[in-house]
Design a protein around this ligand. Structure first.
Ligand SMILES: [Zn+2]
Length: 202
């Protein structure tokens, strides 16, 4: 008897659920059909809303990012990893579609770099003599990691990079191993946690 009752109760419940679900489903379908018919209208409305509230939204975003800096950064990192392939293919497509733009940008960058180098490579007659001397030595001590290497791994590095207005002078060049130099790239030493082992680079 109890069993029958339970079964009936369960059935009633599922029947009711089904009816509610069906109602919801029908309403969703109706809304979807309406949205399909009025796509342009909805798009216009949403754009209007976006531009009307743009300043406020951006301010909110900025504030949120400032308040949750670490969280935002880690979420962004996760997102980048999750979408690695998609991002790569997007970049490939973008690069292919924007060849002239990239070319122009690169050439502008090259010009700027040459200018910086011309400004940097002035008026220190001793620096190139010093470098020539360094290159003749069979081994060297890396300015950054303080280890000894053979001359085949010698890189000449600008402590303050040329890109950051460092000069090609005796006081600003140092001996670095390839690992340290490639790791450093164009960053300032203190920005990547490098602590120079000696104050003078030679
Ligand atoms: Zn090193």
């Amino acid at each position: 008897m109890l069993d029958t009752f339970r079964k009936a109760a369960r059935f009633a419940l599922t029947e009711m659920d089904f009816k509610i679900d069906r109602k919801v489903l029908l309403r969703r379908q109706r809304v979807k059909r309406w949205a399909d018919r009025n796509r342009a209208f909805l798009r216009r409305k949403s754009l209007e809303h976006y531009y009307k509230n743009k300043a406020r939204n951006l301010a909110n975003c900025k504030r949120y990012k400032a308040e949750h800096a670490a969280q935002t950064a880690s979420r962004f990192k996760e997102w980048k990893e999750r979408n690695l392939e998609a991002r790569k293919s997007y970049m490939r497509k973008w690069n292919a579609a924007n060849r002239p733009k990239i070319k122009a940008y690169d050439s502008r960058r090259r010009v700027r770099r040459r200018l910086r180098e011309q400004q940097a490579f002035v008026s220190d007659p001793f620096v190139n003599l010093l470098i020539a001397q360094w290159k003749n030595e069979p081994s060297f001590v890396c300015y950054y990691c303080n280890q000894t290497f053979g001359s085949d791994r010698l890189h000449i590095d600008h402590v303050i990079p040329v890109s950051a207005d460092g000069k090609h002078t005796v006081g600003n060049v140092c001996k670095a191993c390839d690992t340290c130099n490639l790791r450093k790239k164009e960053k300032l030493p203190n920005r990547i946690g490098f602590i120079p082992q000696t104050l003078m680079p030679f």
